[in-house]
Design a protein around this ligand. Structure first.
Ligand code: HEC
Ligand code: HEC
Ligand code: HEC
Ligand code: HEC
Length: 136
């Protein structure tokens, strides 16, 4: 029985490890994505991925470690969280941060949306907290 349980345990570890290294191929870019790895104080953020690709924003604007990424690429695309949930270096932006300058998503998402609002005051690009983190 003990042996059985330890094998069972190993099985779980193996499945978990496989999930950790899993990264979708470029062609599997999601239609929508829920960004919720660091949620504690605020609600999860719904990210309309395809809408941004349709705006012709270069993949590497967001997937900044993959300079030549395109929709046709065969390379694997790691999630932002694989590097930003628990970064090794303290100076790497982390998704638990509330700060506009220390959270990777606030820098990326809000940074662009604020620029957009300057150019086009009628834009739908959200810049207010509750627009991205809806109140329950
Ligand atoms: C353009 C969208 C956007 C806007 C606007 C925005 N955020 Fe975020 N925020 C995010 C994303 C995406 C994350 C990462 C969530 C995750 O990884 O779980 C995040 C993470 C956070 C976190 C850390 C995770 C948590 O739940 O504790 C806090 C706190 C937070 N935001 C607060 C705010 C506040 C306060 C404002 C307004 C000043 C704001 N956000 C505006 C997109 C946004
Ligand atoms: C405006 C920013 C932005 C642009 C532009 C963008 N992406 Fe993404 N992409 C994201 C975010 C944010 C996620 C969610 C990652 C997460 O949950 O950590 C994501 C997720 C993905 C995923 C799934 C990754 C996984 O392992 O879950 C793939 C594949 C992907 N993108 C490919 C692409 C390709 C190919 C392009 C260009 C055609 C592109 N993306 C353009 C921000 C962007
Ligand atoms: C392979 C690891 C890795 C992945 C995947 C990754 N990042 Fe990063 N990112 C880093 C590191 C490390 C830094 C710290 C600065 C540097 O070394 O480039 C960083 C820095 C940043 C910065 C700060 C840049 C600046 O100018 O201050 C932003 C914003 C950011 N990442 C957003 C994202 C988003 C959004 C995604 C997913 C679409 C993502 N990152 C995916 C590793 C990664
Ligand atoms: C390089 C610029 C850029 C980046 C980076 C970016 N966005 Fe956007 N986003 C836009 C623009 C432009 C629009 C407005 C499109 C329109 O007005 O139809 C938009 C619209 C949106 C909308 C509203 C869609 C609608 O039609 O109501 C949401 C939600 C959104 N973005 C979330 C995010 C999140 C979350 C991130 C970060 C993971 C992000 N965006 C990163 C440019 C960007």
């Amino acid at each position: 029985m003990r042996k059985l349980w330890s094998r069972f345990g190993l099985g779980i570890v193996a499945v978990f490890a496989a999930t950790m290294v899993y990264a979708a191929a470029a062609s599997q870019a999601p239609e929508k994505s829920t960004i919720d790895d660091c949620v504690t104080k605020r609600a999860a953020v719904e990210f309309p991925h395809k809408a941004h690709v349709d705006l012709k924003i270069a993949c590497s604007t967001c997937h900044h470690t993959q300079e030549n990424l395109t929709a046709e690429s065969t390379e694997a695309v790691p999630s932002c969280g694989s590097c930003h949930n628990a970064p090794e270096k303290p100076e790497t932006p982390i998704c638990t941060q509330m700060s506009a300058t220390k959270n990777p998503f606030h820098i990326n998402c809000m940074g662009c949306h604020k620029e957009e609002a300057k150019k086009n005051p009628a834009t739908k690009a959200p810049t207010k907290c509750d627009d991205c983190h809806p109140k329950a």
